[in-house]
Design a protein around this ligand. Structure first.
Ligand code: OAD
Length: 234
């Protein structure tokens, strides 16, 4: 089977009802990135940051995967698919994708404030326990924090994602403004002859010299068109 690597961003989940970050009305118009998505912000005011992610997490049971997520999952019948997502929601998994790399962490997981990437510290929350609070501790005794990669922190999964990108026979980018590195640089690892598709209703700043086909549509309609282009029935 040919290998397809799909890089997704907030636009992938927009049709499920989760706000993007940088579109008008997006999350970064309502919250200061420095306050809620940086390690400095967490150190300054952990309560604010924990509450911000509690709210995001409580939204998850109220949303469902969109047609776009479902079509990404369905591609596993035809390709060896790796999804590399910047999203912290679990909609790819809930749609049935079995091979998902989360570059920026996962909302349903929490971890230690001291060693956030230590597997022994990472716990998965349940639908009955969607909030964490000040005073709740990780196995190492430190304050429990969201398992989210904040600005100013290392992105441990980028190496695995880059290895996958290097092996891709087809590379697809869906719903990301390509503002945030290292995720935005993944296309640099894709071999020059590999076809690259971009699904996004808007133009995005493309800094790589790699040529791409822009399917200028939302995630669901864009995935329908991609499948048609690839000659796949759905
Ligand atoms: P952005 O909000 O920066 O970009 C969203 C992209 O989705 C834009 O290019 C939109 O045009 C596109 N879009 C909007 N609606 C769409 C739809 N229905 N279908 C397809 N595309 C659509 O989000 P990201 O690029 O994902 O990180 O942001 C990257 C990172 O910045 C996030 O992971 C987050 C944020 O700060 C952290 O918090 C660490």
């Amino acid at each position: 089977m040919k290998k397809m690597v799909i890089l997704t961003g907030a636009g992938m989940s927009a049709e499920s009802g989760i706000s993007t970050f940088r579109d008008s009305g997006g999350l970064w118009e309502q919250h200061r990135v420095e306050d809620v998505a940086t390690i400095e912000g967490y150190i300054r005011n952990p309560q604010l940051v924990i509450d911000f992610y509690n709210e995001r997490r409580k939204q998850l049971p109220t949303v469902k995967p969109c047609r776009g997520h479902e079509l990404v999952a369905a591609l596993e019948k035809n390709y060896d698919v790796t999804v590399v997502t910047q999203n912290v929601d679990d909609l790819h998994e809930r749609a049935g994708s079995t091979n998902v790399i989360h570059l920026h962490g996962e909302l349903m997981k929490v971890t230690s404030s001291i060693s956030p990437n230590d597997p022994l510290q990472i716990q998965t929350l349940t639908p009955e326990h969607l909030e964490i609070h000040m005073g709740e501790t990780a196995p190492d005794g430190s304050q429990l924090r969201p398992f989210i990669v904040w600005f100013g922190e290392a992105v441990p999964m980028i190496e695995k994602a880059a290895e996958e990108a290097m092996k891709a026979d087809i590379f697809v980018v869906i719903g990301t403004s390509l503002n945030v590195y290292p995720a935005a640089g993944l296309v640099q690892f894709v071999a020059p002859e590999v076809p690259v598709f971009l699904i996004d209703p808007k133009d995005v700043p493309w800094t790589s010299s790699h040529r791409y086909t822009h399917i200028k549509k939302g995630a669901s309609a864009g995935m329908e068109e991609l499948l048609e282009d690839l000659g796949i029935e759905n």
